[in-house]
Design a protein. Structure first.
Length: 249
């Protein structure tokens, strides 16, 4: 009996000791394109790296890409924001950083936008970029092509040359929301008109929805100065919190 009591006590002590959940490391980026998945050939990596460097030189907007196999210990939204903050993306006082994170095994992609680019890269637009430009290629295993299409769209949007398309092809979550809204409308207004002699006058109005693909980042905090070795990628830091979107394939 005494031995059993001791075993129970030991088990309780072990259970009380907190265990640390495995977490994907937050890397210090050494270049604009970091691929831990071997999804890109050297030529593909070099092309993307060159495009992002030239874009930064001409606009000061910093765009970085990170590919990881999987994200453990949190969501891709949390991970992307942590990478953004640790690496101080964007110029100080301009807050013009953009980060694309790809979790290949998780089949998810995230675009995070610096606070200063919120006007030209709102959630609706980054959602369109992930669903129309990036993930269709990813579905076919074309990671370079998807990233290139996404990069070109982000660059065009930063210059005001990429427009939000009509909602002809909505994200799946948006379609579900609209279907539920329609059913609710039928239940609240249309069906009572057939089951009652009372007349209803339905006035005109407007409604809007927020796509389930859009994820708002936090308000962000101030970033200090920082620099990246190896690829000549340096930035003054700034505020994140400009929003962003998550897509899957």
């Amino acid at each position: 009996m005494k031995t059993l009591s001791m075993l129970v006590l030991v088990a309780c002590v072990i259970a009380a000791v907190p265990t640390s959940e495995a977490q994907t490391e937050i890397p210090v980026l050494q270049q604009r394109v970091t691929d831990f998945t071997n999804s890109l050939s050297y030529a593909e990596w070099k092309d993307l790296e060159s495009r992002l460097r030239d874009f930064e030189d001409s606009t000061s907007t910093q765009l970085a890409i990170l590919l990881v196999n999987t994200i453990e210990g949190g969501s891709i939204e949390e991970y992307s924001m942590s990478v953004f903050e640790k690496n101080k993306l964007g110029q100080k006082a301009k807050d013009n950083g953009v980060l694309i994170v790809v979790a290949r095994q998780d089949r998810k992609v995230r675009i995070d936008v610096g606070y200063g680019l919120e006007g030209v890269l709102p959630d609706a637009l980054t959602s369109q970029i992930t669903t129309r430009e990036i993930t269709p290629h990813f579905k076919n295993g074309e990671f370079y092509e998807g990233l290139l299409a996404g990069v070109k769209a982000i660059m065009a949007a930063s210059a005001g040359e990429y427009e939000l398309k009509d909602k002809g092809r909505l994200a799946p979550m948006t379609s579900i929301i609209m279907a539920l809204f329609f059913l609710g409308f039928l239940g609240a207004f249309i069906l009572p008109m057939f089951s009652s002699k009372r007349k209803f006058v339905i006035g005109s109005g407007k409604w809007a929805y927020h796509s389930g693909w859009g994820w708002r980042s936090g308000g962000g905090g101030g970033f200090g100065g920082g620099s990246f070795g190896g690829g000549g990628f340096s930035g003054g830091g700034g505020m994140a919190g400009g929003g962003g979107s998550t897509g899957s394939w």
